[in-house]
Each structure stands twice: as structure tokens, then as C-alpha cells.
Design a protein around this ligand. Sequence first.
Ligand code: CTP
Ligand code: MG
Length: 227
Amino acid sequence: MIPAAGGGSRMGVARPKQYLPLRGRALLEWSVAPFLDLEWIDGVVVVLARNDTEFGKLPLARHPRLTTIVGGSARADSVLAGLALVAERSIAGAEVRVLVHDAARPCVSWADVERLRDEASDRDGGLLALPVADTLKRAHQGRVAETVDRAQYWRAQTPQLFRLDLLLAALRAAAARKTEVTDEASAMEQAGYAPRLVRGRESNIKVTFPEDLKLAEFWLAQQQYLS
Ligand code: CTP
Ligand code: MG
């Protein structure tokens, strides 16, 4: 499931970042491609903004394994809308797993998606993440309060993999409490689970600011060279 209903305000351009051109395709097409290619994945749901005018123009829109649904004003609302559609399309009682991947991460490798499946398919689920490389300082009023143990800190990426029923319950509980969740794992953590950290790659960047486009281009060029 790919949440792609954001407006991309930090990019500073009118067009949502998922539709910006990147090596001859829309950024979103790169983000979705590995999931359409992996045959063990039953289907792909892309969550779109209510006022989206661009998705229908992409060749991707006619892919037989892809469906779309309208999202909400926060990322968690979009994810909940997407999950509800997955649940509706699933066989009742089946133990369904769902991968949630940001539309803004065009450089994810299919090999890492498979490692996540292999290492995080239990009830705690898991996510791609990277250990922090820099020395970490806790700040207080613009000065260092202390140096913290960086071995304890990882940067969360996507995809994140969870059992559909458990993730739906966790996100609904977070919504009912009105606690903000910025990724699926945090909703699961609040529900008492301990998602597994599966080591990802530096290349799996989230395109957020204009300069990130150049970096995404670089990583895609590397991947094409390697494959
Ligand atoms: N997203 C979504 N629905 C929202 C907000 C975000 O589906 N209401 C999606 C975005 O499309 C993106 C992913 O969640 O693929 C990660 O969000 P982010 O990088 O923050 O994208 P935007 O919210 O679009 O960007 P910004 O925060 O700069 O406005
Ligand atoms: Mg956002």
C-alpha cells in the first residue's frame, strides 16, 4: 500500500512531489515499481488526494494489479483508508500482511523488500531502518545537554510490514486517542508490539526538499548500473 495523498509542501513547488519527473518517469512510478514486480505481493493500493488530477495520466494507472482510493488530511488517515480497502478485498479470516511504503521513496530495492518479508513476518512485524552514524547530541536551548548512546538509535524508513488486522486495530486506537503517529510502527509500538528493525540502505531516501531530487537521480542511476 502506497500513501500518495500528500501535497509535498516542503518541496516548495505547486505540483505534489510524487508526480515530479525523475529519470524519465514520475517519482511515484519508481516508488511503486518494485511492489508490482514482486509476484508474491497480491496487489498494490495507491492512496490519492481527493483533488488529484495527475495519477490518471500515468501509464501506471492502467496496471491490472493496482487499485486506488482517496486518502485523508494526515498520513495516518490516508493509510487507514488504504488498509480499509485492502481489508475489504481480502478473504474473511485470512491472515493478511500488508507493506506500507511512502510514495516519496523512489529508490527502495526489491531485495530489501524481500529481506523485510523474511525477517519481519511475525506478529510484531517490522520496518526497514538504518543505525545512526553521527554522534548524537541531546539539545537544550541551543546547547548540548548530553551526548547520547547512538547505538540505541535507528532512522525509520519504509516499507513497514505488519499483519493487516493488528495494524488496523493499532491505527484506529491511535486515532481514537488522538495521538499523532508519523509511521505505522509507532502505532504498533503504542499497542504493545515491538517491530523488528531490518537494516535498510542509505539509498532509500525520502524525497522531501528540492535537493533530494538530485540525490534520488544519483541512486537510481547506481541501481541501473548494478542491475
Ligand atoms: N501522505 C499521504 N496523505 C497525507 C500526507 C502524506 O498519503 N495526508 C503521504 C505522502 O504522499 C508521502 C508519504 O505520506 O508519500 C510521506 O509523507 P511526506 O514525505 O511528509 O509527504 P508530504 O506530506 O506530501 O510532504 P510535506 O510534509 O512536505 O507536505
Ligand atoms: Mg507530510
